[in-house]
Ligand binder design. Structure first.
Ligand code: FES
Length: 83
């Protein structure tokens, strides 16, 4: 099965706007739900949408203004896709 690709913008703007915390949450979630085989987590460089950040891409779809609660919702919909 193809992995779900999650790319977290590591540019300084997104990182300070919340991706530092989002990244920690993602790592925790992947570990807790044992999604290592399902999800590929990557950092990406600034994509020029800093004003809308923090930005996270999931399988090529850009999500902006990602708060921890939005991230949780996104992750829950991903878990239903595993297996
Ligand atoms: S820092 Fe994330 S889009 Fe620029």
């Amino acid at each position: 099965m193809e992995k779900i690709l999650i790319e977290v913008c590591m540019g300084s703007s997104c990182f300070s706007r919340g991706n530092k915390r989002n990244l920690e949450l993602l790592q925790e979630y992947i570990r807790k739900e044992q999604l290592e085989e399902t999800v590929e987590l990557r950092g990406r460089l600034c994509a020029g949408s800093c004003k809308k950040g923090p930005n996270i891409m999931i399988d090529g779809n850009l999500y902006s203004g990602v708060t921890p609660s939005l991230l949780k919702t996104l992750l829950q919909s991903l878990s239903s896709r595993k297996r």
